[in-house]
Design a protein around this ligand. Structure first.
Ligand SMILES: Cc1cc2nc3c(=O)[nH]c(=O)nc-3n(C[C@H](O)[C@H](O)[C@H](O)COP(=O)(O)OP(=O)(O)OC[C@H]3O[C@@H](n4cnc5c(N)ncnc54)[C@H](O)[C@@H]3O)c2cc1C
Length: 287
């Protein structure tokens, strides 16, 4: 089995026609389905307001009007849609919380699979949790913290879906220690472009596992994930250091990374900090 992501799609195992809408060269067809084509599955929502809500994302830079929106109750609903979409040559885009910024969860004249309703947090053990892909990290964290546990890597903003960040990587303040969120996935349940419901992990179907993680939703729709958990710290000490320029900030970041003294590390070079830094600089000039 090829391990390269493009070969995966080419081999027809992946989401092929259905999910390839934003990967140049992989798009099977942009043709609309003719009116005498197979009817849309009954559970696809066609109301203008539902379609309008799925036509944009957080970035508001790209707008794509879907033909319909599926809000699946289960992986089986997604598999049924994928088989229909493949037969009808209609594109499908997975959507979590729509917080990507450049149209990744949008599809023109296709079907958006809004995963937000498949969000159960299923089984919390001392070292892992099984969670549905539409759950947001905030809810997952609330549930695991109640047992003194946490995913090793969290995004800064927690109202992103588990599936949505597994599809892009997921970076956080502990990534210097634990890698990306995708590095902390133990197993996935996935629906592929041909409508198969498969489970994969580092040992079971590893090519699919490697393609779906950070695969931008092009190689399958994640429906459930088994994620690593670690013990949550009961207390932390937090230091905030302010810098006048970026080179000094990055030099210190490299230093503490090399020393490995801190569990979490973040840098911020926004204009907010620059303004705050401007105050002592002016004062010193006055003095
Ligand atoms: C305010 C804000 C803060 C952010 N902070 C961070 C941060 O700290 N760290 C970080 O890494 N990122 C951060 N991001 C970026 C964010 O991780 C990505 O945009 C992420 O994809 C958003 O998740 P979502 O649930 O909104 O996914 P969506 O935007 O809905 O989807 C993003 C991509 O994932 C695919 N996808 C969604 N669900 C699935 C699924 N179940 N199976 C397969 N593919 C799927 C979509 O097709 C699309 O390609 C931030 C974004 C915002 C707007």
């Amino acid at each position: 089995m090829p391990s390269d992501r493009r070969m995966f799609l080419g081999a027809g195992l992946g989401v092929t026609a259905a999910l390839a809408s934003r990967t140049s060269g992989l798009t099977a067809s942009a043709q609309p389905v003719s009116s005498d084509g197979p009817p849309l599955p009954a559970d696809v929502r066609l109301e203008p307001e539902v379609r309008a809500a799925a036509a944009h994302d957080f970035g508001r830079l790209i707008q794509k009007q879907p033909r319909g929106v599926l809000r699946p109750a289960s992986s089986t609903d997604i598999a049924r849609l994928m088989r229909w979409a493949r037969g009808a040559d209609v594109k499908v885009a997975a959507r979590g919380q729509g917080h990507s910024i450049y149209g990744r969860s949008l599809v023109e004249d296709g079907i958006v699979v809004d995963t937000s309703a498949i969000n159960a947090i299923r089984d919390i053990k001392h070292d892992h949790v099984v969670v549905d892909a539409g759950a947001v990290w905030r809810d997952l964290l609330d549930a695991t913290l109640a047992q003194g546990l946490t995913p090793p890597v969290l995004t800064n903003y927690l109202s992103l879906s588990v599936g949505g960040t597994i599809a892009v990587g997921g970076i956080g303040a502990t990534s210097s220690r634990h890698g990306m969120q995708t590095d902390n996935v133990i197993a996935l349940d996935v629906v592929t472009g041909d409508g198969n419901e498969l489970s994969c992990s580092a040992t079971a179907d590893p090519d699919l596992f490697d393609s779906v993680r950070a695969g931008l939703g092009q190689c399958g729709i994640v429906t459930r994930a088994t994620l690593r958990l670690v013990r949550a710290p009961e207390r932390i000490r937090r230091f905030q250091l302010f810098y006048r320029d970026l080179p000094s900030l990055t030099a210190d970041q490299r230093r503490v990374l090399t020393e490995g003294r801190f569990d979490q590390l973040q840098g911020d070079h926004s204009s907010r900090w620059q303004r705050r830094l401007a105050v002592p600089a002016r004062r010193r000039n006055i003095l």
